[in-house]
Ligand binder design. Structure first.
Ligand code: HPA
Length: 291
């Protein structure tokens, strides 16, 4: 049960050193409803919520019923934490997420992946909708993230550190796990789904990029651009989660087609390609225990 009197303002800074207390309250709220210990945590981005329908014996908790979590506001984001079984394995899913562009503090943006870890997960799968920077990545391209570039200007780890959660200076050399990337590609092959691979660039939004920014980001080495994911990866690595993920390219980057970008086309491409990505992730989770 959430306690309105102890709810934190979502705009107030949550420093790394504040996370242990926040997580303890969140774990208690989840444990009041289910004893499932997830192996894998999955963040479902825009248009990818359909994977939640595949959960067996689901327990669904709306964000607004968890201590310190505001109800999700972004269109296309349901805003629920779900625990259940996917492909026979216990998982926790975030249907929707907290974005910087909503005004959320970076510490809140990453609390869900920290909660995955606190509940027992050791692997996290991050998904998002993104614009294509690589000119060959048209709408519907699924891109395994090989690395990222954090251009949000923010970090969830600034401020006094919580040494019990993770180190002051986390290494990011293999932030996007080579082992899990291989597993994603293998799942794609098993399901007959083509997966590209590339570097995700994270910005704050909420505007889409200008054509000049798209050219710059492509020149910096980016292959897809979006408004999420990079802070979650940073926090996940901080606590030692093994991270992988897939971008669903919903549109060519601004300026490539000459047409304005709309949130509707982003959601539409998500509806088309979401089921393909869902198949890959289900297979990935199912096969995770195999050698
Ligand atoms: N830019 C940023 N974020 C996005 C885009 C884009 O073109 N498409 C979907 N999310």
């Amino acid at each position: 049960m959430s306690d309105l009197t102890t709810r934190v303002d979502p705009l107030l800074p949550i420093r790394p050193a504040d996370q242990p207390a926040g997580l303890a309250a969140l774990v208690a709220a989840v444990r009041a409803r289910t004893s499932i210990v997830p192996e894998v945590g999955i963040v479902l981005g825009s248009g990818l919520g359909g994977l939640a329908d595949d959960l067996a014996d689901p327990v669904a908790i709306p964000f607004g019923e968890l201590p310190g979590w505001p109800a999700a506001t972004a269109p296309g984001h349901a805003g629920r934490l779900l625990l259940g079984k996917l492909g026979g394995r216990p998982v926790v899913m975030l249907q929707g997420r907290f974005h910087l562009y909503e005004g959320n503090d970076p510490g809140l943006v990453v609390q869900p992946v920290l909660l995955f870890h606190a509940l027992g997960a050791r692997v996290v799968v991050l998904t998002n909708a993104a614009g294509g920077l690589d000119p060959s990545f048209g709408p519907g391209t699924l891109m395994v993230m090989r690395d990222h570039i954090n251009l949000t200007g923010r970090s969830p780890l600034m401020g006094p550190n919580a040494d019990e959660l993770g180190p002051r200076f986390p290494d990011m050399t293999h932030a996007w796990s080579p082992r899990l990337r291989e597993r994603l590609h293998a799942a794609g092959v098993s399901e007959g789904v083509t997966l590209a691979e590339g570097v995700y660039v994270g910005l704050t939004g909420p505007t889409y990029e200008t054509p000049a920014e798209v050219r710059m980001l492509a020149g910096l080495g980016g292959h897809a651009v979006g408004m999420s994911t990079v802070l979650e990866c940073i926090a996940a690595r901080w606590v030692g989660l093994e991270v992988c993920g897939v971008s669903l390219v919903t549109n060519a980057g601004a300026g490539y087609s000459g047409m304005p970008l709309t949130h509707e086309e982003v959601l539409e491409a998500g509806l088309e390609a979401g089921p393909r990505l869902a198949k890959v992730i289900r297979r990935f989770v199912t096969d995770l225990g195999a050698p």
